[in-house]
Design a protein around this ligand. Structure first.
Ligand code: MTE
Length: 323
């Protein structure tokens, strides 16, 4: 006879508490005593901030094992430098967003998976990370503003999420969306930006092994300014494609129009593959400044990842593949 023995942590799915309920319960317990003494609105705010500061239940997964398939040609950017030079327009349009980004509550963090899939569902980011598991990868990161860094991300291949979503054969693109809460991110009140931040990939790009959902960096869970708790890393494309703090993955049949493309389509296109020979209207792409060192280096086509991704674009020479 076949006896199934469950290990301690293997609870049947039916007995699992969905992440948003578990966190609101836990935060009630943590916030309970002090909340009693506060007015209802203040008590809610107190509970929300307690929940946001709950410890990461996946902290034990870091640092994860390094996948050596994608070696770097340069040193990893110092974490302090990287953590103080960020683009995150939901907070502000300077590189100095780290302090403001700390206000983003990231626990619980529900992610919607919908559109052309067998069955739409929602899942907590922590549960998703635990289910899929994580690894470390070192990637170059090239911004369209002609600067670059090198980062040790931790996370999982986007293809694993696509597999879990079970898209229908008719789905052609993956549309991704960032949170849109102007109460925590003041940049979202700037109505001239077409919020929310949206980006997209073809299904072939999303299932290429290089497309990565980063959940951490530098051997620990991701800092908020880098796009915690889930952020895309597609290193063969300009950095604006690597959307931060994702709340929704939708499978669609129409090419998604990214936020930057909506704002200024002559400057930012859908494909946005790195190419030193095709200048952006405001920045030559021939070289890049290595942030933290002051050095400049020649930029490589596909940011040096051509051997892994160039075949995604064969026969598409007429498309505007480069910015
Ligand atoms: N995602 C969101 N939601 N909001 C943003 O402003 N900026 C993009 C990209 N993802 C951005 C975003 C740009 S322009 C770049 S270069 C990278 O994030 C910057 O990532 P970093 O701050 O970790 O270097």
């Amino acid at each position: 006879m076949n006896i199934i023995r469950r290990r301690g942590w293997e609870i049947p799915e039916s007995q699992l508490t969905p992440e948003h309920l578990a966190f609101s319960r836990r935060s009630l317990l943590i916030g309970g005593a002090s909340a009693l003494a506060l007015a209802p609105g203040a008590a809610y705010a107190q509970r929300a901030s307690d929940a946001a500061n709950l410890p990461d239940p996946n902290a034990d997964l870091y640092p994860a094992k390094l996948n050596t398939k994608y070696p770097l040609d340069r040193p990893i950017t110092d974490e302090k430098v990287n953590a103080a030079y960020n683009n995150f327009y939901e907070f502000n349009s300077t590189k100095d967003v780290a302090e403001q980004a700390q206000k983003l509550p990231i626990r619980p963090w529900m992610v919607k998976i919908d559109g052309m899939v067998e069955k739409p569902f929602e899942i907590g980011a922590d549960e998703l990370i635990r289910k899929i598991g994580i690894e470390e990868r070192t990637y170059r990161h090239r911004c369209v503003e002609a600067w670059s860094m090198a980062i040790a991300w931790t996370g999982f291949p986007l293809s694993k999420l696509v597999e879990m979503a079970k898209p229908l054969g008719s789905a052609k693109y993956l549309h991704m969306e960032t949170f849109n809460n102007p109460k925590v991110a003041p940049g979202l009140r700037q109505s001239w930006y077409p919020w929310p931040y949206v980006e997209g990939l073809t299904i072939a790009e999303a299932t290429n092994d290089l497309a990565f959902i980063a959940t951490g960096a530098y051997g620990h869970p991701m800092l908020k300014q880098h796009g915690a708790p889930l952020r895309l890393a597609v290193p063969w494309k300009y950095g604006f494609k690597s959307i931060k703090s994702i709340v929704r993955f939708s499978f669609v049949d129409k090419q998604p129009v990214g936020m930057w493309e909506k704002l200024q389509k002559t400057e930012y296109g859908f494909w946005a593959n790195v190419n030193p020979e095709v200048p952006h209207p405001r920045w030559s792409q021939a070289t890049e400044e290595i942030i933290g060192t002051g050095d400049r280096k020649p930029t490589l086509k596909f940011n040096g990842y051509g051997e892994f991704v160039a075949d995604l674009y064969t026969g598409m020479e007429k498309e505007r593949l480069w910015a």
